[in-house]
Design a protein around this ligand. Structure first.
Ligand code: HEC
Length: 114
């Protein structure tokens, strides 16, 4: 619960004061961007374009890419937290530990503005 609240307030902070990606990473101390990225490459890349180098999937994917999700209007850590703690389309059993969620949220939000 502590992580949820932290992420929520940081998300709000990001929404109020958009920062360049480098500072945005610093602003999310609860999640580790690099660990979130490698986790996402394992757990999410079957369906999503998680990183720009996934050229093949980019051509056929119907799911939003992580950079599209990150750059959706009004996206922030709090919204991602809500999305990731409710059943996922096609994959209702996608359950992340709070740490995995925090890392993956940090990674997705690091793609904002790119
Ligand atoms: C089995 C396929 C599949 C996997 C695996 C998957 N997703 Fe998704 N995800 C989807 C689909 C399909 C949508 C789009 C639903 C829509 O457009 O309404 C989606 C949408 C999303 C959204 C945006 C939802 C919104 O309301 O904007 C987020 C965030 C997301 N996924 C995160 C993740 C993360 C993080 C992982 C890995 C931990 C993951 N997904 C793994 C299929 C998947």
């Amino acid at each position: 619960m502590r992580i949820c609240l932290k992420t929520a307030s940081l998300g709000l902070l990001l929404a109020l004061a958009p920062l360049p990606p480098a500072s945005a990473q610093l602003a999310l101390p609860t999640g580790d961007v690099n660990r979130g990225r490698s986790f996402a490459l394992q757990a999410c890349s079957v369906c999503h374009v998680v990183a720009p180098e996934q050229l093949v999937l980019r051509r056929i994917a119907r799911q939003p890419s992580f950079s599209a999700i990150a750059n959706a209007e009004g996206m922030n850590g709090m919204k991602l937290q809500a999305i990731l703690t409710t059943p996922h389309p096609i994959m209702p059993n996608l359950i992340l530990t709070p740490e995995e969620a925090a890392n993956v949220i940090a990674y997705i939000m690091s793609l904002r503005g790119r």
